[in-house]
Design a binder for this molecule. Structure first.
Ligand code: MG
Length: 194
């Protein structure tokens, strides 16, 4: 099958690194007490809810966008278990898998390829940097696509109705009205005949 998968919030723990970066650039520790103990944001712009200012946000993104910082190569895996590692490698081996992300920054593509190579020992992973996930799904004629952002799945429904677009269940996307929701990467790609 032809499959697509988002990275941040699905495979990579962007929230953790971004939170740490906000503390670093602002000098203000506004993260919740259980930040390292399974905390999950309940809104998309959780940093604003925690009290970080637009200026502090911008400072963090300046770091992320600076290729020298290599931010995208340093994220933790959401699931660092051996089971997850082998599962993702098997999905990549047995299908045409595209990693589709809207990460910004001049070297986001290269950094992302490097991160996937490091985490999963996948040589030359198929990475696309693009905001229009639905158009990407249509152009690539993907059978399935998984993302954690509600708008992206709605965009897929709109532009690529033949793609089975699935939303990964998270507290911050609970209100989105989409056709398919799944609880895990495994469920999205290993159930139903992949
Ligand atoms: Mg995401």
């Amino acid at each position: 099958l032809k499959l697509g998968i988002d990275i941040d919030g699905v495979l990579a723990d962007f929230t953790r690194s971004y939170g740490e970066l906000l503390v670093e650039v602002s000098g203000r520790k506004l993260l919740p007490e259980d930040f390292y103990k399974g905390w999950e944001p309940s809104t998309w712009y959780w940093e604003r809810e925690l009290g970080y200012t637009k200026e502090e946000e911008a400072k963090a993104w300046e770091v992320i966008n600076n290729p020298k910082e290599r931010f995208w190569t340093m994220l933790d895996l959401i699931d660092d278990s051996a089971e997850h590692y082998h599962m993702l490698r098997a999905i990549n081996r047995d299908n045409d898998l595209y990693f589709i992300t809207s990460r910004p920054g001049k070297s986001a593509l290269r950094q992302t390829k490097e991160w996937i190579g490091d985490c999963y020992d996948i040589d030359d992973p198929n990475v696309l940097i693009c905001h229009q996930k639905g158009l990407a799904c249509a152009a690539l004629e993907l059978d399935r696509y998984l993302d954690d952002k509600g708008e992206n799945i709605q965009n897929c429904h709109l532009h690529s109705p033949k793609t089975e677009a699935m939303l990964l269940n998270m507290p911050y996307n609970a209100e989105f009205n989409v056709l398919h929701r799944v609880d895990s990467v495994e469920f999205a790609f290993t159930h139903g005949g992949c």
